[in-house]
Design a protein around this ligand. Structure first.
Ligand SMILES: [Zn+2]
Length: 255
């Protein structure tokens, strides 16, 4: 990197930090639509469609004055940035933003002309998996798989989403740990998977129930589906719990 481009980079980073905008100018503290300025009946408590212009109004807390404000969709990131500054995590915020932009550029170069936020999220999670697996960060690996299930659900890929949530339950029953090491001595004390710390997340179980309902999956079909994918995942990740044993625990928790 040449001296000039280094200088430019430093300057750009500095302006990025400095351009934190005045939050008092962002958002409406009164029940007024941030798009069309139409008065609303009352202050909405959560995301709401404006009855006049039909656009989505978002509710956030102003980092300066700590009051509820109504903002437009294009102002969400701005408020998140202000909160990151407030919480001392601005560097991390900017790093994540750069990572999203790099990922987006990569998807475009691969032929996806207009990657959505979900496409970007998916790619980031997908890329993180081999890294987390090689670092023995199995709790984080499990969280990444859960995030991928959420992306699939939002994309309307319900069947794939169901499989991913079933996989998360299977991983959970094996008690994934964030070891961050492959040192055999340490792994004896902190094994990568420890079924003693197993826990089924109620939220994930409820997603599975809802997806089974939406997709009309019969209980016996769900069982064979679970056993089949748990066998594959169990082999790949060398999980200690047998799929049929795990199924007993999962089916016992499903309504
Ligand atoms: Zn409006």
């Amino acid at each position: 990197m040449s001296f000039l481009s280094k200088l430019f980079k430093v300057f750009r980073n500095r302006t990025e930090v400095r351009k934190a905008p005045e939050s008092s100018t962002v958002g409406n503290k009164e029940p007024v639509c941030p798009y069309c300025s139409d008065a609303l009946d009352k202050m909405p408590k959560r995301k709401k469609k404006c009855p006049n212009c039909g656009q989505f109004i978002y509710v956030r807390t102003c980092p300066d004055e700590r009051v509820k404000i109504l903002i437009r969709e294009d102002q969400i990131e701005l408020i998140e940035e202000q909160w990151a500054i407030e919480n001392g995590s601005h560097e991390q915020f900017l790093a994540e933003k750069r990572n999203r932009e790099t990922t987006k550029a990569k998807l475009i170069s691969q032929g996806n002309n207009a990657p959505t936020d979900l496409d970007v999220k998916w790619e980031q999670l997908q890329v993180s998996l081999p890294k987390l697996a090689s670092e023995f960060q199995w709790g984080l690996y499990r969280n990444a798989r859960l995030g991928m299930g959420d992306v699939l659900k939002k994309q309307g890929k319900l069947s794939e989403s169901l499989d991913t949530y079933l996989e998360v339950c299977f991983i959970d029953l094996n008690g994934p740990n964030n070891c961050g090491t492959k040192d055999p001595e340490l792994l004896k004390m902190f094994p990568p998977f420890d079924p003693k710390s197993a826990f089924l997340a109620p939220g994930v179980l409820r997603y599975i129930e809802k997806l089974c309902n939406d997709l009309q999956v019969k209980p016996e079909d769900l069982e064979s589906r679970f056993i089949s994918l748990a066998s594959t995942v169990g082999r790949e990740l060398k999980l200690p719990i047998a799929p049929d044993e795990a199924w007993k625990a999962v089916s016992g928790e499903l309504l």
